[in-house]
Design a protein around this ligand. Structure first.
Ligand SMILES: [Zn+2]
Length: 237
């Protein structure tokens, strides 16, 4: 056996072009780059991102049967039930046949994880991978609290990682005003990390028991994280 990389080694790569429908759960705290990686999977692999919040908003707006139910519940100030969310996911799975799904925001409990197994199982599918973007909290605090953008064109900068080439002057547009998001502060980052851990803690054991959980270094570059995710997904299990 080889020692070394902590992610699976590509031993039996799925050929390009062959149709492999992978249903995955992508986990990571805010700031870990989950959105960027999900977007890449959507573009490169034709997967669909099933984000619970987005799906609910869209269903309510479109006035679908599930959306109307959800709207009534939310207007009554109650939480949308697992049954409604499951119905919503079912609709989206049926509407995106032949495409793998990236689940985002669901499951959050063991009960929901079991519901998802049934939803997928009814369609001859299953969760093939749970990938967690692992971050070091201290490094994340530094990464997020240091970021700022050009107030004019939005070009991203960072106190330590990427200063403008000429001080106080945007590389892209030459303007001199910059802005910081008020929630890019240490307390917010730590609160979000704690919320994230609380949300994922209930489902990780469920998937760990099934041997489905992989972790990638979410502090690495976007390209390196992407390569690690590809290595995991392309390893035939
Ligand atoms: Zn600019």
């Amino acid at each position: 056996m080889l020692d070394g990389p902590s992610w699976p080694i590509k031993s039996d790569t799925v050929e390009r072009g062959s149709v492999v429908v992978l249903d995955i759960i992508l986990l990571g705290p805010p700031g870990a780059g989950k959105g960027t990686q999900a977007q890449r999977l959507v573009e490169n692999r034709g997967m669909v991102q099933l984000s619970t919040g987005d799906m609910l908003r869209a269903a309510v707006k479109a006035g679908t049967p599930v959306g109307l139910k959800a709207k009534a519940v939310m207007e009554a100030g109650e939480l949308v039930s697992d049954a409604i969310v499951s119905a919503l996911i079912g609709e989206h799975l049926d509407g995106s046949q032949g495409k793998g799904a990236i689940f985002d925001g669901f499951p959050r409990t063991q009960h929901q994880a079991e519901a998802l197994e049934l939803l997928l199982g009814d369609r001859g599918r299953h969760v093939s991978h749970v990938i967690e973007l692992d971050v070091d909290e201290e490094a994340l605090v530094e990464r997020i609290t240091g970021r700022f953008t050009c107030a004019t064109c939005g070009a991203p900068y960072h106190d330590r990682l990427k200063q403008p080439k000429v001080q106080d002057t945007c590389d892209q547009c030459g303007e001199h005003e910059f802005k910081r998001r008020p929630d890019d502060n240490e307390q917010t980052v730590r609160t979000r990390m704690a919320e994230y851990r609380a949300k994922t803690a209930p489902i990780l054991p469920f998937y760990e028991e099934r041997g489905l959980v992989s972790r990638v270094d979410g502090m690495a570059s976007v390209e390196q994280v992407a390569a690690q995710i590809d290595a995991i997904l392309d390893k035939r299990t």
